[in-house]
Design a protein around this ligand. Structure first.
Ligand code: PLP
Length: 363
């Protein structure tokens, strides 16, 4: 006899990392590799955040605050909500997986767009829910009408990734409001706003106002992108106290470690730094979009810190491999649901120049 594992494991897609396995982030940076595959910030954390990390590190003999009190208070102040409306998590991905366990039982239905974030396909096999993937509409944007049409009495969860990873497109808050109007009350709507700070359609806090009218709306945000803290794993949801209690119930009590809590609690105080990062990102967005279009390739108008590039006649595998040989790491489109594409994150100006020059020789 040999051990057998749960059948659901066969359906879990598995995560393909954007960085080479077995290497630390510092060593990769030291090798002059342009890491443009994981939508990370090319900028390190704010110096005050690094100091907060050192202070917290010295107290690592103690367990963290299980309620994440200080961080939840700071997030609540920043968004003018009550701390009972803030759920913390070990990266925002953890809330997605916890929502699966807390909301979905076998037979439940889950609706999300495709191509979209590579973690959503974990939810159905983990929970036994049935997933309905709704293809993006023309222009690589969410088709909210088609998603509404898939909602039934069995639907427990709908996820809207906004801006959408991997296509970089954004739906204005007014459209999200119209969508929420049409979603019945028994359905939880998670709007995954990992990149919301980078869009320029709306005030980045516009969707927060919608929570007054739609208590079933969960806004999922992260410290991994604009705050430059991907390595520490901190995410959060602005949600109802009931949603928070439910996702807390299905996870281990200390999921956000003390260093991560301290870092995020400091980072959120530096709104001016966030604004500066967004400005720098927009400069790089213009550079990459103009460069890519100058090569005759198509790319949707990005509202994020990355571009989704249609390679036309060029071979996706070959482009990704040849860029990789030159130390430029980008994401292949096929595993993300978009054959014939690549997704490239914006790095530092010289990294983006290197990318454009190398791409120009390959297409
Ligand atoms: C990067 C990303 C996240 C953030 O994940 P963390 O677990 O917070 O690092 C969430 N959603 C989307 C769509 C992302 O691309």
């Amino acid at each position: 006899m040999t051990i057998t594992f749960a059948k659901k494991l066969e359906q879990i897609p598995g995560y393909v990392a954007g960085a080479p396995a077995g290497k630390s982030p510092e060593s990769i940076a030291g090798e002059g590799i342009a890491q443009l595959a994981s939508n990370e910030s090319p900028f390190g954390p704010h110096p005050a955040v690094v100091e907060a990390i050192s202070r917290a590190a010295a107290a690592s003999n103690r367990y963290p605050d299980p309620s994440g009190g200080l961080l939840r208070r700071r997030i609540a102040e920043r968004y003018e909500v009550d701390p009972s409306n803030v759920a913390l998590s070990n990266g925002s991905c953890e809330i997605l997986l916890a929502a699966a366990l807390a909301l979905c039982e076998p037979g439940a239905e889950l609706v999300y767009a495709w191509p979209s974030f590579s973690i959503y396909p974990y939810i159905a096999p983990l929970s036994g829910a049935r997933e309905i993937r709704v293809p993006l509409a023309d222009g690589d944007v969410h088709d909210l009408d088609a998603m509404t049409a898939e909602i039934t009495a069995a639907t427990q969860l709908v996820i809207v990734c906004n801006p959408n990873n991997p296509t970089s497109t954004h739906i204005p808050a007014a459209k999200i409001a119209e969508f929420c109007e049409r979603v019945p009350d028994h359905v939880t709507v998670i709007v995954d706003e990992a990149y919301i700070e980078f869009q320029v359609d709306d005030d980045p806090d516009a969707t927060l106002d919608l929570r007054k009218d739609f208590p079933n709306l969960v806004l999922l945000r992260t410290f991994s992108k604009v705050y430059g803290l991907a390595g520490l794993r901190v995410g959060y949801a602005i949600c109802s106290p009931r949603f928070r209690a439910a996702v807390d119930a299905v996870r281990q009590p200390f999921s956000v470690n003390a260093i991560a809590q301290a870092a995020a609690a400091e980072a959120i105080r530096h709104g001016d730094d966030v604004a500066k990062r967004v400005e720098q990102t927009i400069v790089e967005r213009v550079r990459v979009e103009e460069g890519v279009r100058g090569l005759g390739l198509r790319t949707p108008d990005s509202q994020a810190n990355f571009s989704w590039i249609d390679l036309g006649d060029a071979d996706e595998k070959e482009v990704v491999a040849k860029l990789g040989e030159q130390g430029i790491l980008v994401r292949a489109g096929t595993p993300l649901g978009g054959p014939g594409h690549i997704r490239v994150s914006y790095g530092l100006p010289n990294e983006n120049e290197r990318f454009l020059e190398a791409l120009g020789k390959l297409v």
